[in-house]
Design a protein around this ligand. Structure first.
Ligand code: HEM
Length: 455
């Protein structure tokens, strides 16, 4: 039986590198071993990293009952709870996905356009001309408010403001490589009181749960069939036996959407603003395209603007927010490109390494949106949202939000990067994000604001 090569770096060092310098670990391993290699990153089974499009295709198209994916996400259980879509498998997963998918697609998204553009305008109105600001903080605020309002149907008010602060603070606990270590080394998950990192985490999480449970209870007491937000849809959904979701299930799914959808989109937007302002030619081309928007431009047209789309795609290629998809745990002996995998093996299609393949993306370290205009990539060559039966359910929503926020910001303000502040990819919890700091500054208002909100 042929198995992919295992890294010879001592296990503990592999783990430390995975937390503190994951890209170096991936790049050196790929250079040494190629498209398939094995790393030992936890005390459990080793993980096979795969960056070959054919191998990825074979994984994504294998019937779902050959693999589990939820079981491999134990690390995030404290954040999202036992019933999270991210942690469940098999029929329960399929059933839950069916309930959660519709609000993220098609017509429904149009209703979110007004919310996204309004929130963006509110947040950027705080940017003072000439004063550098933290792009991360602003994008985080936009994406959190968007998700709370558009997805959960929570409107302005005390509950919203309180929840917004608590979630931002909870996520901040995993906001640096050092703090992320608590996630990866369960031994650090000890409650040593409100000031210890884990103690603080548990207390903040409890406060968020209380707000969510109160919201759920209020809706149970005052049902309103005209509401179309996802929480209402989840609450009215029934299975074949007429059973609805319990409060705990609802709470866990809300936490999942909140956490999966908010951090990721904020990082993607922060990177996009960095790249657009790092390369004058990209900014110029994008602004030229955005200048074609008029008050009568249909929302769909903004969504389909080719250069704006290519900029968002290239942003998610060069530093994908998730370095790997959810690892798939082999349940039934499986052959992938000649390798035979026994039950228990973890397979991780590696988004970062696939996106950096020079045979697919010439000059892979360069930010070149044009590559997406010149060539069509398959879903196994370009996979920022993963694939197969676990593909991100927020994919269309996230792309929609990225485009509308970027279009709104760029059509309102002239922005520039602040000199001498390097922006680097760093680990943020289980994701990869741009490093912080006040590296962008507004230098002027654009005279002709063409983007008509709510188009
Ligand atoms: C730029 C933004 C985003 C990126 C890069 C991203 C990326 C991903 C990736 C790579 C996966 C794993 C897919 C796989 O294993 O094949 C995933 C899963 C998931 N994402 Fe996203 N995501 C983003 C935004 C969102 C949003 C806005 C939401 C919801 C509001 C969301 C909800 C989820 C959920 C619930 C899953 C688990 C799906 C399952 O297990 O069936 N994500 N995402």
């Amino acid at each position: 039986m042929q198995l992919p090569p295992s890294s010879e770096i001592p296990r503990f060092i592999q783990r430390l590198q995975w937390v503190f310098n994951p890209l170096k670990l991936l790049e050196t391993s790929a250079k040494t071993y190629g498209d398939f290699f094995t790393l030992q990153l936890t005390n459990a089974e080793p993980i096979v990293f795969i960056s070959n499009p054919q191998g990825i295709q074979e994984i994504f198209t294998t019937p779902p009952d050959y693999f589990d994916a939820g079981r491999s996400n134990k690390l995030i259980k404290p954040l999202v709870g036992d019933n999270s879509l991210l942690l469940i498998d098999g029929a329960t997963h399929q059933h839950q996905r069916r309930l959660l998918t519709p609000p993220f697609h098609g017509e429904r998204m149009k209703a979110y356009a007004q919310i996204i553009t309004n929130i963006t305008k509110q947040v950027i109105s705080d940017w003072q001309l000439g004063q550098p600001f933290s792009v991360r903080d602003s994008m985080q605020e936009i994406s959190l408010r968007v998700i709370l309002q558009a997805v959960f149907g929570l409107c302005e008010g005390q509950g919203l403001t309180k929840l917004q602060k608590l979630v931002a603070s909870l996520l901040d606990l995993s906001g640096s490589p050092l703090r992320s270590a608590v996630t990866f080394f369960p031994a650090l998950q000890v409650d040593l009181g409100a000031w210890s990192p884990w103690g603080k985490f548990l207390r903040e999480r409890e406060k968020i749960h209380q707000i969510l449970y109160t919201e759920i209870q209020e809706r149970r007491n005052n049902p309103d069939s005209s509401r179309t937000d996802i929480l209402s849809l989840m609450m009215s959904a029934k299975d074949e036996n007429g059973e609805g979701m319990t409060d705990i299930e609802l709470c866990d799914e809300l936490m999942t959407l909140l956490l999966a959808g908010h951090e990721t989109t904020a990082s993607a937007l922060t990177w996009a603003l960095y790249w657009v302002h790092n390369l004058p030619i990209v900014r110029e081309k994008l602004i030229n395209e955005l200048n074609s928007i008029t008050e009568n431009t249909e929302l769909n047209e903004i969504y389909r603007l080719p250069y704006l789309t290519a900029v968002c795609q290239e942003t998610l290629r060069i530093y994908p927010i998730a370095m790997i998809t959810l690892p798939r745990i082999v349940k039934t002996p499986t052959k992938i490109m000649g390798y035979e995998f026994v039950p228990g093996t973890l397979l991780a299609p590696c988004i970062y390494l696939t996106h950096r393949r020079p045979d697919l993306y010439p000059e892979p370290k360069k930010f070149k949106p044009e590559r997406f205009l010149e060539r069509q990539y398959s879903q196994y060559e370009y996979l920022p949202f993963g694939g197969g039966n676990r593909i991100c359910i927020g994919m269309a929503f996230a792309m929609f939000e990225m485009k509308l926020v970027l279009a709104t910001v760029l059509s309102q303000l002239y922005l520039e990067l602040v000199d001498n502040i390097p922006v680097q990819p760093i680990r943020r919890g289980v994701t990869l994000a741009p490093s912080g700091g006040k590296w962008l500054v507004a230098t002027g208002k654009r005279e002709k604001v063409k983007i008509a909100v709510g188009v």
